[in-house]
Design a protein around this ligand. Structure first.
Ligand SMILES: Cc1cc2nc3c(=O)[nH]c(=O)nc-3n(C[C@H](O)[C@H](O)[C@H](O)COP(=O)(O)O)c2cc1C
Length: 341
């Protein structure tokens, strides 16, 4: 009993800066997942003691306005909004977040454009950014971000080239004292959470582990594919044309994986013919992913749609409530801390 109390205190201490920043019971973020991280999952995560984040993705300001309002109606605890930096109406989306008094904005998809950090901070919200390298992390801290996420290539969705374990070793010793750092990518159990906390992280961000939550609106076919899959089924997309740099996406292998190869050829041909410039070519690729993910998550077309999933998918073995998932992650982390302590 005493040992359990010690482990509970220990995890609260290790997460203290993360929970203070987020205003949640546990510093466990559910990373924004396009089409999946909407009002139901986001409010369930926050209400269960974690921190939910709405995925704005390609939503218009009007749609985001409605989604935030609906989430506020369901959530009794704070939640955040994830905005993609390349969204053409980024500043209008920031205004919508400000209108609703959203306390935390996560900026994803590249360096924050000029003026965006200032605009978010002027609304009183905290800004959380992704640090792909130590140098970039230092730069973001100097620009005034309130927290960082470091995400390894084990993650589901768009990924960088470096693994979570290496990023954690490179970035935590230098930046964890400066701002709270949340580690993401490949986390499926609490023992790993305990490990990153002991290395200096203030919390963690998980995506894949929450996709099959009872409260997630993902189509039953999408959830079934996750429950069946193992780590090695979650593969990174391959760039087929050196002239068209595409950000790799990790997803479960299916016919859609081949379709992406065809899509790249089509866009590369447009580029060659001078019909589109590089920015437009890359936007077309991103639109392709958004559509393919919708097909799988919402319509349940798990053959041709995109099954974005991280390598931790093998640890998703059943549909459970968000409360059960968070409780087991915390219990595993506490047990690990107790054994090690
Ligand atoms: C289906 C799916 C969709 C995702 N969509 C987004 C997104 O729209 N924006 C974003 O910043 N990250 C997105 N991610 C990444 C997650 O927010 C999170 O950082 C990642 O899933 C963490 O790694 P894990 O999957 O290994 O837990 C997505 C991940 C998945 C699995």
């Amino acid at each position: 009993m005493l040992a359990k109390a010690w482990a509970m205190t220990k995890i609260n201490d290790l997460m203290a800066r993360g929970t203070a920043l987020l205003g949640s019971e546990y510093a466990i973020l559910c990373g924004a997942m396009s089409w999946v991280s909407e009002r139901n999952l986001v409010s369930a995560i926050s209400n269960a003691g974690g921190f939910g984040v709405i995925a704005c993705g390609a939503m218009t300001p009007e749609l985001l306005d409605a989604e935030i309002a609906a989430t506020k109606a369901l959530a009794t605890k704070p939640f955040g909004v994830n905005l993609i930096t390349m969204h053409p109406q980024l500043f209008d989306l920031v205004d919508i977040c400000a209108k609703h008094g959203v306390g935390h904005v996560v900026l994803a998809g590249g360096l924050p454009p000029k003026g965006s950090l200032e605009a978010i901070k002027a609304s009183g919200a905290k800004v959380i950014c992704f640090a792909p390298t130590l140098a970039m992390g230092k730069k973001l801290v100097r620009s005034g971000v309130d927290a960082l996420v470091i995400e390894g290539m084990e993650a589901g969705g768009h990924i960088g080239p470096v693994s979570t374990s290496v990023l954690a070793q490179e970035i935590l010793p230098t930046l964890a004292d400066e701002v709270p750092v949340f580690v993401a990518g490949g986390i499926g159990r609490g023992e790993a959470i305990a490990g990153y906390l002991e290395m200096g992280a203030s919390g963690v961000q998980l995506g894949t582990r929450f996709v099959c939550a009872t409260e997630s609106i993902a189509h039953p076919n999408f959830k079934k594919a996750f429950i069946r899959a193992s780590a090695r089924d979650a593969v990174a997309s391959v760039q087929i044309d050196p002239r068209l740099p595409v950000i790799p996406v990790r997803a479960l292998k299916n016919a859609g994986t081949e379709e992406f190869t065809a899509k790249q050829r089509e866009v590369a041909n447009l580029l060659d013919g001078g019909n589109v410039d590089m920015i437009e070519a890359q936007l077309q690729i991103e639109h392709y992913w958004a559509g393919a993910l919708r097909r799988a998550v919402i319509d349940g077309d798990v053959e041709n749609g995109s099954l974005m999933a991280g390598q931790s998918v093998g640890m998703v073995t059943s549909e459970e409530s968000v409360g059960e998932i968070i409780a087991s992650l915390v219990q595993q982390a506490e047990a690990a801390l107790h054994t090690r302590g």
